[in-house]
Structures are given as C-alpha cells and as structure tokens.
Write a protein that binds this ligand. Structure first.
Ligand SMILES: NC(=O)c1ccc[n+]([C@@H]2O[C@H](COP(=O)([O-])OP(=O)(O)OC[C@H]3O[C@@H](n4cnc5c(N)ncnc54)[C@H](OP(=O)(O)O)[C@@H]3O)[C@@H](O)[C@H]2O)c1
Length: 194
C-alpha cells in the first residue's frame, strides 16, 4: 500500500494556469488555455519530462473536483472521466447524476477515499485544490503555465496557514506551455504565520 502522508492514497494535481496564476476567467472561460493563438515558441526538453495528460490521466483511479469544475465539465460534449470514480465536493448541489458521488465536506471526501479503494487521486478545481493543500493532502503538483496574462479570474492558489515546500521533479516546454511537476515535500507547521 502506498502510504503517502499517512493516508492510503496519493493526492495529485494536474492543472493549466495563466502565467499570472488564474485557472479560468471570472466568467469561467478557459478558451485562452484550450484554444490559444499559434506562435513560434521555443521547445525545451529536460532529462526528466513533467507529467503529461497521457502519462497522468491513465494513472489515476479517482477524481475529486469542486462543484465549479463539475458544472464546467458537464457542458462538455463528452464526459471525460469514464472508468474513474468521481467525487464532487459541494455543500449545495441538489441534482442527481449517476456518474458522480456528491460529498458535502472535505472530511467526507477523505473518508470516502480512505475507506474505498482510492490509490491515485486527481484533485481538481481551484477551491478544492486550495482546501486539499491547506490540509496537507496533496503529494504531487503538475502545473502547466500558459504563455498569457489574463489579469483577473479564478485563482489557482490562495492563502495558506504555513509554507508548502515543493521539490522540483521535472519540467519541459511544449507549444509555449511550461509543464512542471513537483513533489510536495513538507508543510511546515512551525512556520511563523501558523
Ligand atoms: N485551468 C484548468 O486546468 C482548470 C481545471 C479545473 C477547473 N478549471 C476552471 O475553474 C473553475 C472552477 O474553479 P473554482 O475554484 O471556482 O471551483 P471548484 O474548486 O471546482 O469548486 C468550488 C466549489 O466546490 C465546493 N467546495 C470547495 N471546497 C469545499 C469544501 N471544503 N467543502 C465543501 N464544498 C467545497 C463548493 O461548492 P458549493 O458552493 O456547492 O458548496 C465551491 O463553491 C471553472 O471555471 C473551471 O472551468 C480550470
């Protein structure tokens, strides 16, 4: 059993973000990420490649996302998570969707993961990633920076009670996106701001 940070599953983030730190515009638009203008970007390879969607997605068995991300994904033509168990974190969601299980609190989410067969868990959505980070539940972060500044929107990261230290595992650049994978090394509860 892969016991990571005292739990039987590994919490993993894989997310695209503007260089100024936003995962969507304020109205939820992600066209700047999914349909960028073509330019001549440098390609940079490192001896270790960061996780890509092709390596990351097949390796996860569960997905935990916030209601905001669920609502966006529900507008896609195809449900992208076939074969994965999907938990949606929401205190307010009322509708029934057989493709997902709704969990009402972070504790309910982690209990469901730990009591079930979760091993590799994809954590998605800005607020949810921030909540999992604050509780030391993220073990790996892959962040893909898009070559654009959008000025405002929904932030990827937020306030923390203490520093979260990361170890760089790999990075590469492709089509102007800089992909970087980090391991979360420690949260430091002795930090001054705790
Ligand atoms: N750039 C990318 O790669 C990427 C990836 C994912 C998502 N996105 C975009 O990001 C946007 C959504 O991000 P977001 O930060 O607004 O939302 P989110 O984290 O997906 O969802 C936020 C909602 O999740 C629920 N939630 C979060 N933490 C909770 C907790 N501890 N306990 C109970 N419920 C909790 C709340 O729902 P209730 O209000 O119902 O309680 C909250 O309103 C969408 O536009 C999506 O397209 C972009």
């Amino acid at each position: 059993m892969d016991m990571t940070h005292g739990k039987p599953w590994t919490g993993r983030v894989f997310i695209g973000v503007s260089l100024d730190g936003f995962i969507a515009r304020s109205d939820g638009d992600i066209g700047w990420l999914t349909d960028p203008p073509q330019r001549q970007h440098a390609s940079i390879n490192s001896s270790h490649q960061a996780e890509s969607w092709e390596t990351f997605f097949p390796s996860v068995d569960h997905v935990v996302m916030g209601r905001g991300t669920y609502e966006k994904v529900s507008t896609f033509e195809e449900w992208p998570y076939t074969g994965k168990k999907v938990l949606v974190l929401s205190a307010t969601m009322a509708g029934q969707d057989d493709r997902v299980s709704v969990v009402r609190t972070l504790d309910e989410a982690t209990d469901a993961l730990s009591q079930g067969d979760a091993r590799q868990v994809y954590i998605d959505g800005g607020q949810v990633i921030q909540a999992f980070l604050r509780h030391g539940l993220i073990d790996e972060l892959t962040v893909s920076h898009a070559p654009v500044l959008i000025g405002s929107g929904i932030p990827l990261f937020g306030v923390l009670a203490h520093d979260v230290h990361l170890t760089l595992r790999a990075t590469h650049a492709h089509n102007g996106m800089v992909h970087t994978t980090y391991d979360v090394t420690t949260s430091c509860p002795t930090d001054k701001r705790n």
